[in-house]
Design a binder for this molecule. Sequence first.
Ligand SMILES: [Zn+2]
Ligand SMILES: [Zn+2]
Length: 199
Amino acid sequence: MEHTALILIVVTLFLLVIIVGLLTALVFKLFRQTLPRESSLPRSQEATSGDLSTGEFHPAIMERLKELDKIKPPRAELFCPNHTEEPGEVTCSICDGLFCRACIKPFKALHFCKEHLPLVMRHDWDEVLTIKTSTADPEHGVRLFDVKKELFKERDIPTYVETHYKINVDQDHIETYLVLFAIRESVDDLRERLKDFQI
Ligand SMILES: [Zn+2]
Ligand SMILES: [Zn+2]
């Protein structure tokens, strides 16, 4: 009997300790909430909990988010400019615009939009330059496409790039060449302008 009473006292004391502990924690929490916000969080933690629209993020994070926004194409560019419900699927080889299947036609192993297909068909096109590309040096090829885009956007000179493959029998591998084409009348001028480009 005495033994049971002892256990009861121990259990009661144990429960009391728990209740007191919980109450202390609760009071402490309430007290913390009433403190001014500045002192409740370290400075760096506060900076990351902001809202993008109010510019509360840490400046380095804001910078990174802006960079990501630049890479991501705006939604409108992912859809055909003529059919806003149709996703853009194929790029025009002249203007680099993204169009739906109905708005773009294959020609000479490339694709051209409705505006630029007549331009391609109406003129004679000649080779401006040819560069060899390899997986070891893709930079040169990328730069040719940049030049092509710049010619069209900045100077209104239409060009397109064809990819040609040649089998190198001696070394038993396939070589890739990028050939820049322009309207015959502008070829001489472009060759002069791009004479440093060809290696
Ligand atoms: Zn086009
Ligand atoms: Zn379309």
